[in-house]
Design a protein around this ligand. Sequence first.
Ligand code: ATP
Ligand code: MG
Ligand code: FE
Length: 360
Amino acid sequence: MRILGIETSCDETAVAVVEDGRLLGERLATQVDTHALFGGVVPEIASREHLRVLPRLYRRLMAETGLDAGDLDGVAVARGPGLLGSLLVGVSFAKGLSLASGADLIGVNHLWAHLLAPGLEGELRFPALGLLVSGGHTHIYRISSPTEFELLGRTLDDAAGEAFDKTAKMLNFPYPGGRFIDQLAQEAEPDTDLFPRPYIDNPTLDFSFSGLKTAVANYVADHPELVFGTMADPQAVADLPGERRAALARVCASFNWAVADTLRIKVERALKREGRMESLIVAGGVAANTGVRRAMGVVAEAFGIGLTLPGLSLCTDNGAMVAYAGWQLARAGYRHGLDLEAIPRGRIVPQDWERAGSGV
Ligand code: ATP
Ligand code: MG
Ligand code: FE
């Protein structure tokens, strides 16, 4: 079964083809430099860019793989969560292609796609505990199969990636700054007393990262020498002079630790509570973080379960994960009618897919 995946939920336009669980080809265009001028994603610009770029990426992918629309069994598209205008570009394109080619239309939950992505690199084992740590979400799921997700915990305010990016902004790193924090963190040992591990003294599996952000803001206010001047581009970070570099590295290492250890505590709690799991899957952009990867390795080992982490390019938004999740849904019998809607936020569950699938 051959499935095209389309991703336009935020600021990456991406397409990929997956055949029977294997990646045949992919194309991605990021808008990150455009939005960096504004220090964050500008929704109107994002939709226009998707509209401009998506048809070209699609044509290029088809040329590279030697396929045409008639060779596709399904067209999978990220239907949410994400920016409404951006999602609509992908969803409309997918509907047109499905209508023209006769391929099935499959709406995909972007967050589930993140968590299923490592299935492209190795076998996924279920039931799995899933930790999604991305730019907009911090979710813990019980994943019973590729099409059965139960949400166990979530952030009450900022997502982990948001906490990274806002902290990076306070430290004057270029946008999006998560990876710069991680990079500098490698050069120092964390001071575990510097920042609190937020929202751990409660029995829930929920997160709250806003307190950590405030702690960093207070620290920066007390140490203005850390953040003077601008660092508009990555080279400025690479060229940071010695003393200031060492002080910033200590802040970054401590922040990395506070986030990673908070995630570790909640994941351990979930694993204790949920009974036997076959694996721990960690996905989303923050799964690229060195501290998070290390902390999750420790948890998985302690519980004697497999750790599934996507390679770095599969962590952030991409088309391959949408195509793969679409393939999993398609082979489980799910598909949509042309009444498929984009869902910018909220629950996106299989019942909804079945209902929509019986429509057209
Ligand atoms: P969502 O999937 O919730 O809609 P998104 O798709 O925008 O959000 P991703 O692309 O999964 O999010 O991840 C982007 C986030 O990952 C950004 O916040 C970015 O700073 C963060 N990130 C990327 N690499 C690292 C890293 N090495 N350390 C920490 N954060 C990182
Ligand atoms: Mg992005
Ligand atoms: Fe994402």
